[in-house]
Design a protein around this ligand. Sequence first.
Ligand code: C5P
Length: 239
Amino acid sequence: MSWKNKLIIALDVSRADRALEIVDRLGDYAGAFKVGFELFVGAGPDIVEKIQKKGKKVFLDLKFHDIPNTVSKAALAATRLGVYMFNVHATGGLEMMIRCKDAVDEACAKERLERPKIIGVTVLTSLENGSLKSELCIQHGVKAHVRHLALLALKAGLDGVVASPREIAVIKQNCGREFLVVTPGIRPSWVPPADQKRTATPQEAIREGADYIVMGRGILKQDDPIKALELISLEMLSA
Ligand code: C5P
């Protein structure tokens, strides 16, 4: 896969016009654009169709986390919107993930829709061992917890997981090379980590085996996003 197809740009803005401007400006540099809460809530589901009409793929990052019935219905709506990829929290449990995947598979077969990639969110890249232990009462550390949730997502038949670049190796070792790893928390060396705790550079993430890297502020908050993208592409190619 070329470096462009591995790069997903996070459209972390709230207005449709601003998001579409970014898609027009940076569209040649990315395989897909990520629509998260901010844009989806601010601009509504139409924004997904508008981006897709420009010939761009959408990763719908709404991290569904609810009872199996509710998540399955939301997953069906995402599938009918035509997204390329969407995600659910693996901590929603095995039944939730299985029912979500089954509902999507069935609808795709019946309605002849393209099956989106379904990705499980493991541990947010803004969390680390201390917060897992003291706030969430998870004693065994980030890496072990990510491994556990990735195996659960694999068992449910999902296509892959979202995890930090630091856990790519353990996921690939345990779930197989085909199991996709989508990594946010990517920071080129010249960008501060901000609220992200488990970060790596684009070069490190690709070298570890990331299938997709998601980048927001490392591109959009730079004075010259195209220049930033050119430097990022060099980093990815050198991996
Ligand atoms: O600006 P930055 O590159 O940190 O943006 C990362 C994007 O990836 C954000 O839109 C964030 O919501 C998303 N994300 C994340 N950690 C996850 C899943 C998604 O940072 N585990």
